[in-house]
Structures are given as structure tokens and as C-alpha cells.
Ligand binder design. Sequence first.
Ligand SMILES: Cc1cc2nc3c(=O)[nH]c(=O)nc-3n(C[C@H](O)[C@H](O)[C@H](O)COP(=O)(O)OP(=O)(O)OC[C@H]3O[C@@H](n4cnc5c(N)ncnc54)[C@H](O)[C@@H]3O)c2cc1C
Length: 457
Amino acid sequence: MQYSLEDGKEQGLGLLEKRKCVMMRFMKKIIAEQFDVLVIGGGPAGLMAAGRAAQKGARVALVEKNDRYGVKLLMTGNGRCNLTQEAEDTVELVKVYRNGRFLLNAFKRMSPTNLRDFFRSRGVETKVEKNGKVFPVSDQGKDVLDALYQYCRKNMVTFFNTEEVVDIEFEENDPNEIVASRISRGKISKVVTRKKEISAEKYVLATGGKSYPQTGSTGKAFAWLEKLGHSVIEPLPSLVPIMIAEQAIKDAQGLTAHNVSITAMQAGKKIVTENGDLMFAHFGLSGPLALNLSCKLREVFEKGELKLFLDLKPELSFEQVDEIIRKDFEDNAHKNLSNCLKDFASPKMLALIFTLAGLDTHKHAGNLSKQDRLKIVTLFKKMEMTVEELFGFEKAMVTRGGVSVKEIDSKTMQSKIIENLYFAGEIIDVDGPTGGYNLQVCWATGYVAGESATKDR
Ligand SMILES: Cc1cc2nc3c(=O)[nH]c(=O)nc-3n(C[C@H](O)[C@H](O)[C@H](O)COP(=O)(O)OP(=O)(O)OC[C@H]3O[C@@H](n4cnc5c(N)ncnc54)[C@H](O)[C@@H]3O)c2cc1C
């Protein structure tokens, strides 16, 4: 399926459907730019909200400041889009998130299973990979975006791309008229873009957080929301790579380590232990383990030196690792160190370990002292690194913080402050680890926000 947002024509639809689209677009122009629901932000959350509201019969417009939709979505999962996490039990699933309880109602409406059905019925089959990560069978994130786009298109969503919303106008309720049971301060009357004003009965805000600002999510909406009376929990970069001070670690770039664990320590106190897959990069550490660990280090990082201890063999004790290495060296006593431990670690990992141990790899295994051997064992079980820096928003996969969940109705995604405003996606103060968890938030909250915004029309 191909489409061009620039000229508004789509390929992949039948002739009859194309004519219907053209007709509907023409009719909408006559009706002028007054909509039932206006969705701001064309990421996964906004596209889902717009499609669902339109499917429920509302006249919907979607405003996106980029010339294309889903710019960040296309980057997810390295272009493969890890769209959700395989999970049957939504009660268990929400426990993984910060402010997870808030998500329970939305996940019941659009669970990972429902989501996979949603995409299957739109031609995108999905598969489950290691650690429950769900991807499209095609390994193409573009297929996910195409399906969403067609969902909106077929339900006659009006698209305004290259339209940045720069302000939101608000009508304040008379304080005497505010009913005690509803604390609404008023309602949005219109949004102002750089080119026009657009008004609607209901508004869905899906402008994302502040991470990867080059994709369009700059977090400017947080300032409007504070102006409208919402509380915004300070947005912080989350799921970021970790810069490491030691040069040998940086020199090991390209090295990967699966099912390993890292313990973070500060002033001799354990902060956290995290398990998973790790990648060494020219700046230090990346991969799911480093990203997930980084969220737990942000607050303590400012407080003092932070040490990481990498355990390459978490399933084995120190003594067991020592025994394996001792036996290997005994069996290969006349071989160079570089020809030992071949079944125990990759050549690249061994090279790093021998470098850190300061050992000459031409030395025969039989000539190593016990002290040298214990140095190697220690490096397998407790490789020490110093955190130099945590990356900021420019490399953050998600934003921690956002609109306070206390001010959003979890059943509808409706603001408790502004009566005709709804929220969807990363703008909300909820976040999860890597593995499809964060897109699951976008789909579920987007679906619920879109549906709720069509009620009481
Ligand atoms: C490199 C990378 C890889 C990732 N991989 C995964 C993954 O595999 N799985 C996973 O679950 N999550 C992943 N994530 C996280 C996931 O992409 C986000 O959580 C998700 O995109 C958030 O969706 P959203 O719709 O809330 O916001 P966004 O995707 O940020 O979309 C917001 C949209 O609003 C538009 N906008 C902003 N302000 C305005 C305005 N004033 N006027 C008009 N439009 C506006 C923006 O241009 C943007 O298009 C990844 C993130 C990154 C950066």
C-alpha cells in the first residue's frame, strides 16, 4: 500500500472507494472547518484516536505539524515496530508500568490480544519474538502505519498535515456555574495553527512527550496545559543509553551480551539490579538492559558517583565460574590464553576481559597465577564500570512525566479540568520498559479517547 499525504491521493483503494473518499472530502469542505472531534498529533496515539472516533460516526480532523504522520512510529523497533507485548492478563501487565493502575480500563478495552486482532483484520499479521515482543510478520513498521492510516482514511478523517497548533483558546466557565460534582474549569473553543483556526466539539491531545524532538514531539503542549489549569509532572528523558567513562568499554563497541545482569551501586549501596540483553557502543552501553536500567538511575545520578557491575554469568555463582575456568585452563595448559574458554564466551568478550585484566593473550594458560585466574573470574561476575553521563531527550525512547493521571478519567481519557478535552499516548504521565509496552499505551489510550470523544454528541 502506498499513499501520498502531500496530494491526498491514495493507492490501494478500489475505484468506488476512491470516489467515495473524494465525494466525502468535498462534502466536508462545504460543511466548513467545524468538526465533532479534533485530534492534535499524528503519532500512533493520535491516528488510533482519530480512526476510532471517525469509525463511531464523528466528523474528525487530525492536525499534524510534520508533512508525514507517524515519523517516530516508523523508527520503532529499528524500523520493525515492536507494537505491543504479548500478555493475556492485563492486571499483571499494568504492574510493569509507572502509574500502571491508570491503564487498566484502557487495556481492558484494547488489550494486546485485541490489538493484534485489530491489525490482523486490517491485513497486518503479527508474531511474537523473544521476551514477548510483538512485531508485524513482515518486519516492516510501515505496514502498521499504513493500516492505521487506511483506518482513518476509510472512516473519512480529514487530514491537516504541515499544520502546527500554536495555541489553544479556552472559554472559562462562570465559577458560580461549576457544579460541585464536575470540577471542569471550562472548555476549549478552538485551536490556532500557523495557517488557520479550527474548532470542534471535542479535542484529543496526542502530541507525545519530549523525546526525540526532531520527530515533532517537542513537549510544547505541556505549557498550554499548565495555562489551562492542568498539572504537568516534570518531563524527564527515560529509556536512554548510558555513557561509560572507561575507554576499554567504549573500545568494545559492537559487542553484545545476552541474558546478563547489571547491578548499580552508589557509595557502597545497591540501587538496583536489571537483567536482559546488552550492547556495547562507542559511548558506553545500549540495548534493552541499559535502556531499562537508565530509568532507575536518573534520580540518583546527580547525587554522586555511580558504579555499574556487569555479571556476564548471572545463572552461575562465582565459585562455579572459577571451577569452569580452572578446568579449561588445566585442559589447555599448553595453549595461548587467546585459545582458551572458547565455549564459555565470544572471542570479542574474551578480548575485553583479557584487556581489562591486563593479561598478555600469548601467555600459556598453564603459566597463569591463581591471582590472574581470579581476576578473570571477577571480570565475568563483576565487571566494574563508571557512569559518565545519561543521555537526554535527544536519545530518549520515551518521556517520563507529563499530564498527571490524577486529572484524567481513566475510563474515558477525558480531562477532569477541561470538559471537552481528552488525552492519548505519551503525553500522559505513564511509561513502561522497552518491549512494546509504550506503544501499547498509545493504542489503548488512543482507542478509548477516540471512542469517548464521540459520546454525548
Ligand atoms: C527510536 C525509538 C524507538 C522506539 N521503539 C519502540 C518500540 O519498538 N516499541 C514501543 O512500544 N515503543 C517504542 N518507542 C516509543 C514510542 O515510539 C512512543 O512511545 C510513541 O511514538 C508515542 O506515541 P504518541 O502518539 O503519543 O506520540 P508521538 O509518536 O511523539 O507523536 C506525536 C505527534 O504529534 C505531533 N505534534 C506535536 N506537537 C504538535 C503541534 N503543536 N501541532 C501539531 N502536531 C504536533 C508530532 O509531530 C508527532 O507526530 C520508541 C521510541 C523511539 C524514539
